[in-house]
Design a protein around this ligand. Sequence first.
Ligand code: BF8
Ligand code: SF4
Length: 631
Amino acid sequence: MSEHFVPTSIDQIEVDNARLYETAQQVGIDVYQDRVKNQTPHCLFGEKGVCCHICSMGPCRITPKAPKGICGADAHAIAGRNYLRMAAGGAATHSDHGRECVWKLYDSSEDGYYHVTDSKKLLNLAAEWGVETEGRDIYDVAHEVAEIGLNEYGKIKGYQRWTERGTEERIKTWTENGVRPRAVDREVVTAMHMTHMGNTADAEALVKQALRTGMADGWGGSMAGTEMSDILYGTPMPNESESGLGVLEKDYVNVICHGHDPAVSEMIVRYSEDPEMIKYARSFGAKGINVAGLCCTGNEMIMRHGIKVAGNFLQQENALLTGVVEAIVVDVQCIFPNIGPLAECFHTKFYTTSPIARIPKSEYLELTSENAGEVAKKILMTACENFPNRDESKIFLPEQKRKSWAGYSCEGIKSRLDTVTNSHLDEIDTYKPLIECVRSGVIRGAVAIVGCNNPKVRPEQSHWEIIRKLLENDIIVVATGCAAQVAAKAGFMDKAAKEVCGEGLRRVCTLADIPPVLHMGSCVDISRMMLLVTGIAKDWGIETYELPVVGCAPEWMSEKAVSIANYVVATGIDTYLGIEPQVNGSDQMVELITEGTRKWVNAGYIINTDPDELVKAMIDGIEAKRAALGI
Ligand code: BF8
Ligand code: SF4
């Protein structure tokens, strides 16, 4: 290890967490650590996926003595249906977030709260979709593009038009194997219909629909979410920021944005920078306003504006336990309902803004295209007024924070590659310099580290170990979601982190002036990763499934993660999971998700709950892909 760069260890972070846990006990509120104890051990039927409660003859649970439910469904049917329902839940969730983003583009106007920021991206999409742009007002174009985008959710016939971005080989594979998604809503409804009592009992058919439902997310709803967010709020480009609970500021009004849809956080960021609002904060004795992010909203804000990230999924309670948060504003997804009673133990105001996430003990201010700025201003003003109400005796502010670079969209990555001079490459806007590095073995391959934290394991530790090991082995990491935030707060998104890398990766980081872990955004931004592998495969002239690239979700927990895993696999990328999918009660299901999918889409899951073994399997997998390519 270098003497200059030392990553923050999980041990160090846990010291702060333990101190914050004392505060929870002091104020008399339970936190996730307590609830994990109460819920352990988990129900084995649920863990193995063999509890069925989709009709009121049940719930039915499969045991050796009772191998069938009352209707006759066996373990394979039950585990398969449960698995598909998880994928459908995740696809619905990402895609509905995406739909809201398209609606914001539909509602955008010159004098409204939502504007077209990246007109180039809009015009490119318009051209891709055959929308006339010549001589037209940019908002006319925006509205027509948005209408097409909204129709993708319920189109009567045909496939998701986003899938046309795939490689020729993938499009053929998806179409011929029945995993190319039709309307987003239709795939979710089909999944729900197939899994209703008395329908599909064949595990293979359920797994195939899980792939197609996931595809409706990754190459449908999520891609819409990313694309529209870029058009509305700007395509992320590399920028420097900080991550860790230490980004909260003692002397500032701290406002935390948590959730997923940037429609809310964008307004909070915009009005927090208003000189009048800053003056208002100062009138209550604060030095100013400090907006910080949690979870994927944090990712959206750091990617586009360099807004600091306070923490990820399992840090949400800890953030409030610091006692310095004047307001937490949430939109949708991954919000602990416990934020309500927890905020009440402090002076913290808790605002919910979406009819999708109504949470007790919050103040509900529904945010719409018409009132967005007013809602944001109201929240910020109340937060300022709340600053003097802190209880000093409850404050503990951890100091841990690390410099972190973010903003590596596909465009952001290409912008860095364009700066790498390469004598035989005079093109720009290409992945070829990166491909050269991989072909020559300077970089062995790439891993996309994605997903959540999960207290079923020691939170964050496996991410840390896996990332560290990959970097040492000259494997570049791209990251999204809460996984990205583990890398950020450990310091792996600092450019200085190249010091922990193998010699080849270190050289590439120096040449391209990048950190070894590239922050690609929120979970819907895994669609960026799909376009990245597609772009690399096209520029290289090989297929996606041949690339020395794998996906990894060390601590996934949500239904969204199941949907993601399905579309990553369908894109031809092996996906390594550190938490077992809840299907172990069916050997057929285990075989189908690890091997069975390969005959359709050339990829599958590799599951291992031991991080050392998981990372070793990934490195072996990457080396095997290299060997097959003869490089
Ligand atoms: O969508 S990584 S805990 S915040 S589900 Fe949630 Fe998991 Fe975090 Fe973003 Ni993604
Ligand atoms: Fe039981 Fe079949 Fe009803 Fe499921 S669908 S609860 S297995 S009877």
